[in-house]
Design a protein. Structure first.
Length: 343
């Protein structure tokens, strides 16, 4: 089956995408090529999900065995970067991609710096070099443009308290509330890979969508890429749920100034204007500590790290002891200022 590999015209080595220059680069001779000037070899093909396919590395001839979701990888035998073209064409062709801007070396240094910021993580976790592996992966996302028509009815009150003479009065005014709102949300990201943890992917946001580029296969060279597990229709309900809190927040801001507000009716009609299939850059870091592997994710553009590092019980105990000590000192000081004693 078709495999795309970018060979260096100078020395014949396998070229990879360089996040620093944004170009296709040869690690052997240093040649760089502008991706925008390279014709994309993808053709309109249809990938049949259940069809058994065999891929061969064009460099060494080895058989490539991958998960059904993988669309770009490296040859396990010679290390060449390859793209499985039929898994990125037709309906499976991404519309856009945000290329990596953080290199592997930069990602490692950024992760080590992030580890050192953990106030309650074990000291040897923060100082030791325990990175077991780091993989650059293009994760499939759907970006939704959602237009919302919102109508709300409710009841509001304004309460005022004032004094006249010896009497205190409370005045309550009642209002009927009606708001008609239009809210448009663009590029709402929902990850489409079954393998990836949805909560972790959400926390990696935001991605710099101004860096979106029309999809070209050279951007994938040297990285792993996944094809989507769920189409835009299947993930549409999750996209609607994701913007719900933002809609509620906006509605609340539109009825500010009241003492109390009770909504009697809230109607939200959401229309899907567009859903684009895109690939977003993520570094997956596997960290070996205390005979356990911890997995972290890093935004391949911003360097934001998401994950749960181990917690030092000794540091937690010391932290609580410190809080208790400060509280005790404060109580003693207050007691002394009031002329009393504290045992």
């Amino acid at each position: 089956m078709p495999v795309i590999e970018y060979k260096c015209p100078n020395c014949g080595s396998s070229m990879v995408f360089d996040g620093n220059t944004g170009k296709l680069s040869c690690p052997s001779c240093g040649r760089t090529d502008n991706i925008e000037e390279i014709p994309d070899p993808l053709k309109q093909q249809v990938f049949i999900e259940d069809e058994v396919k065999e891929y061969h590395c064009t460099s060494c001839g080895a058989v490539l065995v991958t998960d059904p979701e993988t669309s770009a990888t490296t040859c396990s035998f010679c290390g060449s970067a390859v793209v499985l073209s039929d898994r990125l064409s037709g309906e499976l062709a991404p519309a856009m991609v945000i290329p990596f801007s953080i290199t592997k070396e930069e990602a490692i240094q950024a992760f080590k710096k992030w580890c050192r910021n953990g106030l309650l993580t074990p000291s040897d976790f923060m100082t030791a070099d325990r990175i077991k592996g780091i993989t650059g992966m293009y994760v499939p996302f759907w970006l939704y443009d959602l237009h919302n028509r919102v109508e709300v009815h409710g009841h509001g009150t304004k309460v005022r308290t004032y004094t006249r003479g010896d009497y205190e009065y409370t005045e309550t005014q009642h209002f009927d509330i009606y708001r008609k709102i239009r809210l448009n949300y663009v590029k709402v990201p929902i990850d489409a890979s079954e393998k990836m943890n949805d909560e972790v992917m959400d926390k990696l946001e935001p991605f710099p969508y101004q860096q979106l580029k029309d999809f070209k296969t050279p951007y994938l060279a040297g990285y792993i890429a996944e094809k989507y597990s769920y189409n835009d229709e299947q993930l549409y309900p999750r996209a609607k749920d994701k913007i719900q809190s933002y809609i509620d927040s906006y509605i609340s801001s539109a009825v500010s100034g009241y003492t109390t507000v009770n909504f009697t009716n809230k109607q939200i009609d959401t229309t899907l204007k567009q859903a684009d299939y895109v690939l977003l850059p993520v570094w997956m870091v596997h960290y070996d500590y205390n005979k356990m592997e911890h997995t972290f994710a890093m935004n391949g553009q911003t360097g934001k790290v998401v994950g749960k590092p181990p917690i030092s019980k000794a540091k937690v105990a010391a932290w609580f002891a410190g809080i208790s000590g400060v509280s005790l000192l404060s109580l003693k000081l207050i007691s002394w200022m009031m002329g009393g004693g504290f045992l």
